[in-house]
Design a protein around this ligand. Sequence first.
Ligand code: ZN
Length: 323
Amino acid sequence: MARLVEGAIDFHVHPPWWMRDVRRACEHLARVEERAGFRTFVVIAFDGDEDLLDRLKPQDIARAAMESSDLLAYALHLPWLSRAVIEPEKEVERLREELKIHRRRPQEIVACLEATKGRGLPVISYNPSIGPERFADIVRRLEGRILGVKIYPTFHFTPPDHPSLHHVYRAVEDIGGLVIVHTGCDPGLWELPPLCRHARPSLVRRAARTFQDLTFIIAHLGAYSALKPGIFFDEALKALEDDNIYADTSAVDPLYVEKAVKEVGSEKLLFGSDYPYVQGLDVDSAAGEIEALGLEFSHLENIFRRNAEKVLSRHWRRNDAAL
Ligand SMILES: [Zn+2]
């Protein structure tokens, strides 16, 4: 499959959770990406221990549901969400199992680089249970083998500008990497807007202003939300005014991508497929949706290749000796 833009780069993809062996999962990704016309791709891990969910107290869930009652009243298309709100303990138990299924430890995900013959660039996930200082040590030890770190303010219960993360950001800066931050809501109970309040682009911007040598990527353009699509989109556009902030198009309704190009241009946008996490979309169809917007070719070149090349030339310092 040839893409409109040659040499396209997918900046947001995950190892399929149903293949527990990370090497197999990443070999699969390499095939999927190749078939869709992508040579290089950024493989993002999720990590988090079950004890994180102890922070999700039934009374907080009840309060978040109350505050979202106007939205929930119209969320008949999301029956699982009402179930989760009615039986929060059961939902938290289910989420414990989900965390086990989806998590990939840093030591695990780095194997992706070799398994994909250097085409899949690993991004490890922060894990608050490890503690920021110990996690910073892990980052330093993986120099030359990872592109950077992903923060999930929702699942990690940590706003991206939290001082504890400064240890982590400093380590990423030391190894020349970048930081990707999930923004918007997230599946499960994190669809309730009060529970995704940490995942705001304005908070990414605060961190980016403290760490100006680091590049921060706002995943999902702040728009991801089943109850309130486009929830923090305007904040994401404002944050893109800063030089060291980019955003990816993963799991974003293409209409928001079009709107972003119209309002702030295409110099800060990176294509991301979010494969295999968006139901009904694979790498090819995610790319096809954006190609079909009818944007000028120069915008497509920016989104699919040029911006990614610029970011990677600055932050991807592969160390073959470390392989
Ligand atoms: Zn993702």
